[in-house]
Design a protein around this ligand. Structure first.
Ligand code: MSP
Length: 506
């Protein structure tokens, strides 16, 4: 069986997560679920990035140890992911002993290869971002180019990773593998970044101790980014049965951390003589009124409240449909409600409800034997199969939003098919009994197929559709490309509302 390994970034437990984080995890979950549906053996990883000066300082200010401070926050991450139906196979906390051990092993391996050395570091450090910058990289106010907060000058004995040595090798790899960094805009940025010159990277600190100690020199703790990216190998390091998953097929990351994943992480892997990931996908940000969500700006949307109000599937649908992966996208409550009412309650909800209702009313819930039917029936069936094929292509290309649109186009087609065939009229005419059976069967089958196709986006809704259609066996993607799998005389269930309409307050 083919394997597939996908990761999200591991999140900082410095504040509560917002809907922007849920966006990233939802995309990864959707891809993971799609791959499982397509028959791959999947490993999907997420986690929490717990070390560093910022966490230590915040914990101290609250009179807690770093672990006492982060434990409940990390628990809240795990609960949030459950609420969002995130199907991760493991969750790495960088404070876990299993991770510490791997980081130290990799450190030692790179050191033994001569690519870690001791020196003196004087530099500019942004504590909130845990990033070092050079004078040239600072913004116009001499602040951090990412978060625009002041940087600190630090000078200390430190360990360095020989990043500069890997510039040419990295450039060659990026140029020879166009799929390594996606989208192209990010790839070009990284090529320019490498061409402007790579300096060796300071990878240890002595000014605080909340981190993984440098093996053999415990006064130093390892730089939090060096520690964090290694989480991607932690689950499989000592597990022979999981080794087949490494390296990752996709590291899905936000655009501002592409640099760490496409330059530092691959160079570390080269230095440790390990294989490189196949792809790093840099997605855009979820913004509110054009501004990135962040706690300091006060424009965050709380995902827990949102799930309680609308349910995870509706939010997942909105995020995947509205935002083209790779570009920034706007989050708006009004737009979410409109999508729920129009696409979910109306288009999908009504299709299921009307179909089951008619099968119940006209055929006592039974799908009767069919014939080939009219030209319209034939083209409708062809369109269902064509939709599944098109969807597969788009999903394989990670064009998630386009894949959702293709499914909804077919849902629109199915609703129109009801209006065109008018089963309620056929039911009144004895001579049309066969045609009625054909139409109702075609509709039930199309819902079976729709249920498969939406399962990576909206797992709970897909499950409800299956239950209402009374499909007991597991369905795979291949089953969506075949029309006619529901058996003659199959009994369907009672229609139940999928999504209630939401009243918009003036
Ligand atoms: N801990 C590091 C990642 C280490 S990975 C080895 C980190 N954590 S983070 O919590 O600050 O961000 C995690 C991810 O969330 C990033 O990919 C970031 O782009 C993403 N997002 C944070 N805010 C976001 C939006 N408003 N919209 C979309 N994604 C956002 O960086």
């Amino acid at each position: 069986m083919k394997t597939f390994y996908i990761t999200t970034p591991i999140y900082y437990p410095s504040a509560n997560l917002h809907i922007g984080h849920a966006y990233c995890t939802t995309i990864a979950d959707t891809i993971a679920r799609f791959k499982r549906l397509a028959g791959y053996e999947v490993f999907f990883l997420t986690g929490s990035d717990e070390h560093g000066q910022k966490i230590q300082r915040t914990a101290q200010a609250k009179g807690k140890t770093p672990l006492e401070y982060v434990d409940p926050i990390v628990e809240s991450f795990k609960e949030l992911w459950k609420k969002f139906y995130i199907s991760n196979d493991d969750f790495i906390r960088t404070s876990e002993p299993r991770h510490e051990k791997v980081v130290q092993e990799i450190f030692k391996r790179i050191q033994a290869n001569g690519d870690i050395y001791k020196g003196e570091y004087t530099g500019l450090y942004c504590t909130p971002c845990e990033s070092y910058w050079t004078e040239l990289q600072l913004d116009e106010n001499g602040c951090c180019p990412d978060c625009h907060r002041p940087v600190e000058k630090v000078s200390e004995e430190a360990y360095f990773f020989r990043l500069s040595k890997y510039a040419d090798k990295l450039l060659k790899h990026i140029e020879e593998h166009p799929e390594f960094i996606v989208p192209t805009s990010r790839r070009n940025e990284m090529i320019n970044f490498i061409k402007s010159g790579l300096e060796d990277l300071c990878i240890s600190r002595t000014s605080f101790n909340w981190g993984i100690p440098v093996p053999g020199d415990e006064r130093h703790v390892i730089y939090v980014w060096f520690d964090a990216v290694i989480n991607y190998i932690t689950p499989m390091f000592d597990k022979p049965e999981l080794k087949k998953f490494f390296p990752a097929d996709i590291h899905l990351v936000g655009k501002e951390i592409v640099r760490f994943h496409t330059i530092i992480w691959p160079a570390m892997l080269m230095a440790a003589e390990l294989p490189l990931p196949k792809q790093i996908y840099g997605h855009g940000w979820l913004v509110t009124d054009g501004d990135k969500m962040s706690k300091s700006k006060g424009n965050v949307v709380d995902p827990v409240k949102l799930v309680e109000e609308f349910g995870a599937d509706a939010i997942r649908y909105f995020l995947l449909r509205e935002i083209t992966l790779g570009l920034d996208g706007n989050f708006s409550r009004d737009a979410l409600i409109q999508r729920i009412n129009a696409d979910l309650a109306n288009d999908l909800g009504n299709l299921l409800h009307r179909t089951l209702n008619m099968i119940g009313k006209f055929q006592k819930k039974i799908l009767l034997p069919t014939t080939e039917g009219t030209e319209l029936d034939k083209s409708f069936r062809e369109e269902a199969v064509e939709t599944a094929r098109e969807y597969r292509k788009l999903m394989e290309n990670i064009q998630l939003s386009d894949a959702v649109k293709v499914v909804w186009k077919f849902i629109g087609r199915a609703n129109k098919y009801i209006d065109e065939t008018m089963p309620w009229k056929l039911a009144k005419d004895e001579t049309q009994r066969q045609e009625l059976a054909n139409v109702l069967y075609n509709l039930a089958e199309s819902l079976r197929i729709i249920g498969i196709l939406i399962s990576p986006f909206m797992p709970a809704t897909a499950q409800k559709i299956r239950e209402q259609l009374k499909i007991s066996q597991e369905m795979k993607l291949d089953d969506a490309e075949i029309f006619g799998l529901l058996k003659e005389n199959h009994e369907v269930g009672k229609p139940e509302q999928l999504f209630p309409r939401i009243l918009i307050e003036k």
